[in-house]
Design a protein around this ligand. Structure first.
Ligand SMILES: [Zn+2]
Ligand SMILES: [Zn+2]
Length: 83
């Protein structure tokens, strides 16, 4: 059974259709301003931040905290998950 995750917030759905049908509370344009975006990496036991390498056991835990190496400035954004 496959799970699909949102790259921005880590929400999980059993189909891509379900995932991308609902709005994302961590969308980069603002909470609820867009739909969940499919995370195209494979399911892992540990997810890492693209910029600083911080890792967490779930995407939602990773993207919940601020990134000190974010390109917009230190702690100006959340850790984005690497593929
Ligand atoms: Zn989302
Ligand atoms: Zn980071």
């Amino acid at each position: 059974m496959a799970n699909f995750y949102c790259e921005y917030c880590g929400s999980k759905a059993s189909t891509i259709t379900d995932l991308t049908a609902s709005s994302c509370h961590r969308h980069p344009s603002g909470a609820g301003k867009g739909k969940h975006k499919l995370y195209e990496g494979s399911e892992k036991s540990k997810y890492s931040c693209k910029y600083c390498g911080t890792s967490a056991s779930t995407i939602s835990n990773l993207v919940a905290s601020s990134c000190h190496r974010h390109p917009n400035g230190s702690n100006k954004g959340k850790h984005p998950v690497a593929l």
